[in-house]
Design a protein around this ligand. Structure first.
Ligand code: EZ4
Ligand code: CO
Length: 406
């Protein structure tokens, strides 16, 4: 078998998605997600200008060899643009291999290790009544676990909190924000307020509901240690991205002070970003997405590495991972032994028409379905009717104007 065509499709059915479609001489096609939120066109160029020409004529079955040649052959390794581009190739090739075998991808990854894939959904509110309504909505949708984000008194907009312009941009409401929205931030106010929110949520919803929280890289190590300690009475499922974590050693300090489980990694793109975190058991969940980590091949290796340290998977699954990236994730989730949880936000009805998929979401659980490959079909005509629309993620500033981590 030979690759005869590879094309990059950019579409914005409400938010931007970048998709690679590879075609072989016997008519098989494979899809891969290359969406890098807010920097989409850089990956489009990387693929169109530098990767597609190299793919034509290659044997699509040689996934590992093609992956290594794109990674090592470029000389310039790692980074989100490179790894999103390589991810799209990797997933499209796995899609083709599984279609050629007439099997759903999870069968090639060792088969199902479980019946279905547990998820968590996002709840948020500017105040407690709004937050409680949001949690109730997620529970009504069947979500078995809920991520809780809250407004902070004195701040206008906070990451992940519904109703804010920043939340709209995060969710990908594109044309309204051709330049980044600015959020405001005050760490001391957040650290004072958050434990009281979890106390209220626990007394309203009981001890059993798994609760998660995303600190979105905003804390210093000692602040993160304090927060983890203060949240211990509420038994979180995890505290996510408590520090920026480029400095992996910083997590030693956090870990020394708290038993709140820690999850990190949605902005990481290779196993090297996790080396200290995993070997020193400084975290409990690895959070990378198939789309930003170079594909199914390296993410599987990361999960196997993490398994040696009893660390579990928790694939990033926001709206900016396309249904193609989500499908690949769900196949991996079903197959790996050390699965932890899958983040799942779903997509708009229009997005679900552009990308028709075999995976299903029922009673808060995902299943990849039994279609050969990853089980996603791209409607190219509908995709073309919704062209690229410039959009940026928000930036974050302290109240004196200093730029802060977002
Ligand atoms: O802000 O995917 O856990 N999920 C998150 C996401 C990220 C976006 C960035 O593109 O933190 O909502
Ligand atoms: Co996150």
């Amino acid at each position: 078998m030979k690759i005869v065509d590879a094309k990059v499709v950019v579409t914005s059915p409400g938010r931007n998605f970048v998709t690679l479609k590879i075609t072989t001489d016997d008519g098989l096609t494979g899809l891969g997600d290359a969406t890098l939120n807010g920097r989409e066109l850089s990956v489009v160029s990387y693929l169109r200008d530098h990767v597609v020409p190299l793919l034509i004529g290659l044997d699509p079955h040689r996934i590992e060899d093609i992956w290594q040649s794109l990674y090592r052959g470029a000389y310039w390794r790692r980074g989100p643009v490179t790894m999103a581009a390589i991810a799209a190739v990797d997933v499209a090739l796995w899609d083709i291999k599984a279609k050629a075998a007439e099997l759903p991808l999870y069968q090639l990854l060792g088969g199902a290790s479980r019946e279905r894939v547990g998820t968590y959904g996002h709840a948020s509110g500017r105040d407690l009544p709004e937050l409680f309504d949001s949690i109730r909505q997620r529970l009504a949708q069947g979500y078995p676990a809920v991520r809780v984000q809250t407004g902070v008194p004195g701040l206008k907009t906070v990451y992940g909190v519904g109703g804010s312009a920043a939340a709209a941009a995060d969710a990908g409401s594109v044309s309204a924000h051709p330049r980044p929205v600015v959020e405001d931030w005050d760490t001391a106010a957040y650290l004072r307020h958050l434990p009281s929110v979890f106390e209220a949520v626990r007394s309203e919803f009981g001890a059993e509901l798994p609760l998660l929280h995303d600190a979105h890289h905003r804390l210093t190590p000692i602040e993160a240690a304090r927060l983890g300690k203060d949240l211990e009475p509420y038994r979180l499922f995890w505290l996510e991205d408590c520090t920026p974590a480029e400095n992996q050693e910083a997590l030693r300090l956090v870990r020394r002070h708290t038993t709140t489980p820690l999850a990190i990694g949605e902005v990481f793109n290779t196993v090297y970003d996790y080396q200290t975190l995993v070997t020193e058991q400084l975290i409990d969940y690895v959070r990378s997405a198939v789309t930003h980590f170079g594909g199914v091949s390296p993410l599987r290796k990361l999960f196997d590495f993490a398994a040696q340290y009893q660390i579990k998977s928790a694939i990033h699954g926001p709206e900016d991972i396309s249904p193609v990236g989500m499908a690949a994730a769900v196949h991996l989730d079903l197959a790996v032994h050390n699965f932890g949880i899958q983040e799942y936000s779903g997509h708009t009805p229009l997005t679900e028409r552009v990308f028709r998929h075999a995976y299903t979401f029922t009673d808060g659980h995902l299943h990849p379905g039994e279609a050969p490959g990853i089980g996603v079909e791209l409607d190219e005509e509908l995709a073309a009717a919704h062209p690229y629309d410039p959009a940026y993620l928000p930036v974050n500033r302290l109240q004196d104007g200093t730029v802060h981590d977002w």
